[in-house]
Design a protein around this ligand. Structure first.
Ligand code: RB5
Length: 304
């Protein structure tokens, strides 16, 4: 499948959409979809605008982007053409009527109704951030639809739990899980009354150990008590992470199945990135599998 994004100059919105969709597809492990962009009035070979470059995040790279004028070959190759505005769509359909049926605005394709992505060109950072926000929401929706059509990885069920010290962060992490197209099961707690973290670690860890949930994220004040408690459940490899590198390695090398976070330690922005990294990194297996088996053997030795 080939998706072509089209805007006016191919330096702001359409390359931004290209970078965002590529990142979302990569995060979801969706392969085999070619994503590109072009413009209706492109100044060929111009790089992505500074404004667009300035709002890109990790995993979104437009350094090699050069503007291209949309042409018949690109349209013929594309299975889906998504424009930023209704006027782009109309222009494309008028200029290339034989491809009209595969041209939609991004808004109508994602949400089933219009809504132009305003041109941030010449505007300040606010305008670019607004365009980014709109485009990102739309491409997440599109990636979820592609996944539902069997083009993506399986949806995971994530066990979520916290004590009173992690309640707020647990609630915030629901959005991260949903944005990746996964589901969560909330094992509480559900209010700020003081509770005992081992009770909540236990129920989430048991759900992961039994296979009812594929991974878990549990939050307390520090992330430490939750990790200690969850690791008492056979089959659980719970890790407390404060950075994305550790979260990635915990999955890739240690096949960790529960992430613990500390609401009083890690700010919500970083915590969301850590959770996202944890949920989107796959276990590498190979030599690491042998080491995981040795950890399991230790569990047997000590009869936990
Ligand atoms: C509760 O005050 C706090 O001890 C708990 O949230 C957690 O940090 C335990 O490790």
């Amino acid at each position: 499948m080939d998706i072509l994004f089209v805007c006016t100059g191919n330096t702001c919105r359409s390359p931004m959409a290209e970078a965002l969709l590529k990142r979302v597809l990569a995060e979801r492990g969706i392969q085999g979809i070619k994503v590109s962009s072009a413009g209706l009035a492109a100044d060929a070979d111009s790089p992505a605008s500074e404004g667009t470059m300035s709002v890109l995040q990790e995993g979104e790279d437009l350094s090699a982007h050069r503007a291209r004028q949309v042409d018949e070959t690109m349209l013929a190759e594309a299975s889906l053409v998504l424009t930023m505005t209704a006027s782009h769509k109309e222009t494309l359909q008028t200029r290339f009527p034989s491809f009209a049926a595969k041209v939609f605005t991004l808004g109508e394709y994602a949400w089933g109704q219009g809504g132009d992505i305003a041109d941030p060109y010449g505007g300040g950072r606010e305008e670019y951030l607004q365009a980014r926000e709109q485009i990102e929401a739309a491409v997440i929706k599109i990636a979820a639809a592609l996944a539902a059509q069997g083009k993506g990885v399986d949806t995971m069920k994530i066990a979520l739990a916290s004590d009173h010290g992690g309640l707020q962060l647990k609630e915030e992490l629901k959005g991260v899980i949903e944005s990746l197209g996964h589901e969560y099961v909330d094992f509480g707690c559900n209010c700020t009354d003081s509770v005992d973290y081992p009770d909540f670690a236990a129920v989430a860890a048991k759900a992961v150990a039994k296979g009812d949930c594929q991974l878990g994220i549990i939050v307390c004040g520090t992330g430490l008590g939750m990790a200690i408690a969850a690791n008492k459940v056979k089959g659980i490899r719970a890790v407390s992470c404060h950075d994305c590198y550790s979260a990635a390695m915990a999955r890739a090398h240690n096949n960790a199945n529960i992430l613990t976070l500390g609401q009083r330690v890690t700010g919500s922005g970083l915590a969301a990135m850590i959770a996202r990294t944890f949920l989107t990194t796959a276990f590498e297996g190979g030599r690491h599998q042998r080491r995981i088996e040795k950890i399991s053997a230790l569990e047997e030795d000590f009869g936990r």
